[in-house]
Design a protein. Structure first.
Length: 464
């Protein structure tokens, strides 16, 4: 039932093809028969996975990498104007397409579910993709993280449902017209693009306004920003609004969440009846993500008991409290959390799972702008750990901001009573965190940058 190739997408060239969002679109296009090419800054397992699908992937950015017969050049907001391949596309008159427009074109003719929110998008999108696949519905999906192997972040399915992460960071989620939209939470983030909460609310209102007439908005009933957004969009035309959460007035109410080691048992009340299912990742926020996925499936007309049973087949996504291994009696777990709310949620989940054991954190701040605005709150979150090591800021796409360093976070953590120290070198950080451990401890590598690479190094150090 899935459509063929969108216009001008039969020979696309992706600048930054190895990125989570870009690689997913490239994969789906390749599976639909496009002649995909692109470039990335470095070699990766994702790049190799794309090559196995027939894509041409160049390492490094060079004007010579762009074929003259390319029908479009796909970019994300992270691609700078002086990129040589982008400049070459302009010279050749090749259409430049933003990632969000490319993704929107893949959804045409299907039943899209768009998952938005400041946190939890990748997990919730993954839960929906796995659940619908388990039910034999063969959905297409584009996720911001790998499920179980490099390149598993996207799939071209033959069913009529398309599940996608909807990124609010650059307002690109305004490009989608979903049948069902999920808003998990609304908080101030992406400070380079949003100056205030009012701008955030306006952006999410625009997103909600893009839902097709008669479509459904599934939205959290407990988080203050989501509650405010609900008030603002209740009267939007033919929009159906379904709330979920632990609040008494939620349409799909969470009755109980029971922690069971690294899993949770969730009971919801639906139409006056109790429904219980298992979520194979720990923590209250992941339970809420699962209920959001449940509500979205119900909105598409899928029986609730089928969805609840299939949700149990979801076993996690890379970097979302992913167990990397165990050595010397110490478990090493990886977390993508980089915003204070996410950090607190994951640390609370791990604290619950740890029991009487200690929780140690190796944290890498992500972006100078985020640290400037939320560094104090990040430090306060780290106070939930027994001890932490904080790396220098991972810059990603940003240039340094004078005076903004990891010291902002460390000072706030110390003020909150945390045991925290700085590490300016990754080898130093690995040695420090490994040297602090004793059998039974949990070590959490946390952040959206390359701190994820240090988990295996910590395990190696522990094995010595």
């Amino acid at each position: 039932m899935a459509p063929g190739l969108p216009t001008a997408m039969d020979r696309p060239h992706f600048i930054g093809i190895g990125g989570a969002g870009m690689s997913g679109i490239a994969k789906i296009l390749a599976q639909r028969g496009a002649k995909v090419a692109g470039s990335d800054a470095r070699e990766s397992a994702t790049a190799e996975a794309l090559r196995t699908l027939g894509a041409t992937v160049h390492i490094g950015h060079d004007a010579a990498h762009l074929a003259s017969d390319a029908t479009s050049v796909v970019v994300s907001s992270a691609i700078r104007a002086d990129n040589p391949e982008l400049a070459r596309a302009t010279e050749l008159g090749i259409p430049v397409v933003h990632r969000s427009d490319a993704l929107a074109s893949l959804m045409e003719g299907l039943r899209p579910i768009a998952v938005a929110g400041t946190h939890g998008k990748t997990t919730t999108t993954s839960m929906l993709a796995v659940t619908l696949s388990t039910l034999g519905l063969d959905p297409s999906y584009a996720i911001g993280g790998d499920l179980d192997a490099p390149g598993s972040n996207a799939l071209h399915g033959e069913g009529d449902i398309f599940v996608a992460e909807a990124d609010e960071s650059d307002r690109s989620f305004h490009k989608y017209a979903p049948e069902v939209a999920i808003v998990l939470n609304v908080e101030l983030d992406h400070h380079a693009n949003y100056a205030s909460m009012d701008e955030i609310y306006e952006s999410f209102e625009t997103f909600a306004g893009k839902i097709v007439p008669g479509g459904t908005l599934v939205i959290e009933a407990d988080q203050p920003g989501a509650v405010e957004l609900t008030k603002r969009v209740r009267d939007l035309g033919e929009l159906k609004v379904v709330t979920y959460g632990e609040s008494e007035g939620a349409d799909l109410r969470i009755h109980k969440i029971t922690a069971r080691g690294l899993t949770s048992e969730v009971t919801v009340v639906l139409n006056g009846k109790f429904l219980t299912f298992t979520v194979s990742v720990p923590g209250r926020h992941y339970a809420h993500n699962a209920v959001a996925a449940l509500a979205a499936g119900i909105a598409l007309g899928i029986p609730a008991h089928n969805l609840a049973s299939a949700l149990g087949s979801y076993t996690g996504v890379k970097r979302r409290l992913q167990l990397k291994g165990e050595a010397a009696g110490v478990q090493v777990i990886d977390s993508y959390a980089h915003h204070p709310t996410e950090m607190t949620a994951d640390l609370e989940a791990m604290r619950s799972s740890a029991g009487d054991s200690r929780l140690l954190v190796l944290f890498q701040p992500h972006l100078f702008s985020r640290t400037q605005e939320l560094g104090k709150e990040m430090g306060q979150s780290l106070a939930l750990a027994d001890a932490s090591v904080v790396l220098d800021i991972y810059p990603a796409r940003e240039d340094p901001i004078p005076g903004i360093t990891s010291a902002l976070i460390i000072d706030a953590a110390v003020a909150a009573g945390a045991d925290v120290r700085a590490a300016h070198d990754k080898a130093e950080a690995v040695s420090a965190i490994a040297g602090m451990t004793r059998p039974g401890d949990l070590v959490l590598t946390m952040g959206a940058g390359d701190v994820t690479d240090l988990g295996p190094q910590i395990l190696t150090e522990l094995s010595k």
